[in-house]
Design a protein around this ligand. Structure first.
Ligand code: FAD
Length: 424
């Protein structure tokens, strides 16, 4: 039975969801073998290509992932696009179970006129560009304008704002935006009226953040801080109760020149309040628009159910609905929200569900060929995967190139160069 044979398990995607799922499976089953397939040449998903460069301590989770990848029951196969180079049914045939952990690679569009103008980018592409994602390395955003408008107030929007405001030489350190050198906040105290009274109802993290904003917007700064702000050459602000209506073109229609925002007001109370337009609008000039209103998963393969509205794979506790032996974890399971710690908890739960099913005899019995079968398929299709030790060579090159300029690493951006360095 499958229980006597070492279970062969396949994970699709090598971001936090993929690695935490693999880690839990290896820890809680002494024989399980886990193969991780990844479409990029390099591992770690958004830890490498999303998390901002001034959050190096967050990127340290890769040490744990590296330990997992070095296990002799785990293998990393980069440069394999599941859904194109190999299909999900082929993986299901070769393995006892398949876990889809392929994240949310698309962005939500604004759906407003002018969105296609040069100078408008999704935060997803912009983050990919400053983080060295090969597909975004030619993005070349024109940063010569005076004003950038970021649509959205989420974590990604704040990352993008901080990166735009921070001089490159400071990106090695962690600084929070309020104290960012050379910058001053522009917050309208009117936006914060009445918030003081509501602080006590707020959950702790939001309370701390709101208190900080409230202090910054309404308190008179001390002398030293006032002098710092007066000298600042860059400024940032948050605007509330505005909804993007149209990207305004330059007179020649060739690029972005501003944005029209609908003024909104809240109806209802508390967490369920929603914004409705008042009928007023406000036009603001800017040379760059970054829409940061969320990431979105894509369907991977016609054989896998997909909920286009929620942008997730329909599942119960990580078991893909109606497809025995198929599981999901991370952003593709619960949508593109939550930090790495949330993704870890969620991935452990998926792994637990899989191990329970294995224990209950719900996975296919008898031996499965695992990677041997997939390797043959890939080779017949001219696909040459990248192993974890290949990645460790590329990693060493990046680190040594970075050392020359005092950076933690100088990322390789060109897949062709990566392959050359590996002697391909
Ligand atoms: P991902 O990390 O996206 O991993 C998915 C992997 O699947 C990728 O490697 C992708 O290449 C691969 N893949 C996709 N399609 C295929 C395919 N067809 N075949 C094979 N492989 C495929 N969290 C924090 O805790 N701290 C932070 O500072 C932080 N900053 C963030 C900044 C940004 C800009 C973003 C977007 C997120 C940030 N997060 C942060 C959240 C964190 O990145 C996510 O919680 C986490 O990465 C989600 O993990 P995942 O594995 O589901 O997705």
């Amino acid at each position: 039975s499958a229980q006597e044979q070492p279970p062969q398990i396949c994970v699709v995607g090598s971001g936090p969801a993929g690695f935490y799922t693999a880690q839990h499976l290896l820890k809680h089953h002494a024989q399980a073998r886990v193969d991780i397939y990844e479409k990029q040449l390099v591992p770690f998903g958004l830890v490498r290509f999303g998390v901002a460069p001034d959050h190096p301590e967050v990127k340290n989770v890769t040490h744990t992932f590296t330990q997992t990848a070095r296990s002799d029951r785990c293998a990393f196969h980069g440069n394999v696009v599941v859904g194109r180079d190999v299909t999900v049914p082929e993986l299901r045939e070769a393995y006892h179970a398949v876990v889809l952990s392929y994240g949310a690679e698309d962005h939500r569009a604004l759906g407003i006129p002018g969105e296609e103008l040069p100078g408008v980018f999704s935060a997803r592409a912009f983050v990919g560009w400053y983080n060295g994602l090969p597909e975004n390395r030619e993005l070349a955003p024109d940063l010569s304008c005076d004003t950038a408008m970021i649509l959205g107030h989420g974590n990604v929007a704040l990352d993008v704002a901080r990166i735009l405001l921070t001089p490159p030489e400071q990106l090695e350190e962690l600084r929070e935006m309020v104290q960012l050198p050379g910058t001053r906040p522009m917050l309208d105290p009117a936006d914060f009226l009445g918030l003081q009274d509501r602080l006590k109802e707020m959950p702790r993290p939001r309370k701390r953040l709101t208190e900080l904003l409230l202090r910054t917007a309404t308190e008179k700064p001390e002398r030293e801080e006032a002098a710092r702000r007066a000298e600042a050459s860059r400024a940032w602000g948050l605007r509330f109760l505005r909804s993007p209506q149209q990207v305004l073109p330059s007179p020649d229609g060739q690029r972005v020149a501003g944005i029209r925002l609908a003024v909104t007001r809240l109806e209802g109370v508390g967490e369920t309040a929603w914004a409705v337009p008042t009928g007023d609008t406000e036009d603001l000039p800017c040379g760059l628009v970054l829409s940061s209103v969320g990431y979105k998963s894509r369907p991977i393969d016609p054989s896998v159910p997909f909920d286009p509205k929620l942008g997730v794979i329909p599942n119960t506790e990580g078991r893909v609905v109606d497809v025995p032996g198929l599981y999901c974890s991370g952003w593709v399971k619960r949508g593109p929200t939550g930090v790495i710690a949330t993704t870890m908890t969620d991935s452990f739960l998926t792994s637990q569900a899989l191990l329970q099913d294995l224990e209950a005899g719900l996975l296919p019995a008898g031996p499965r060929p695992g990677h041997a079968a997939i390797e043959a398929l890939l080779s017949s299709r001219g696909v040459r995967p990248i192993s974890f030790s290949d990645w460790e060579k590329l990693d060493a090159t990046e680190v040594s190139r970075g050392q020359r300029t005092g950076k933690p690493r100088e990322k390789l951006l060109d897949p062709q160069e990566m392959l050359r360095l590996l002697g391909r």
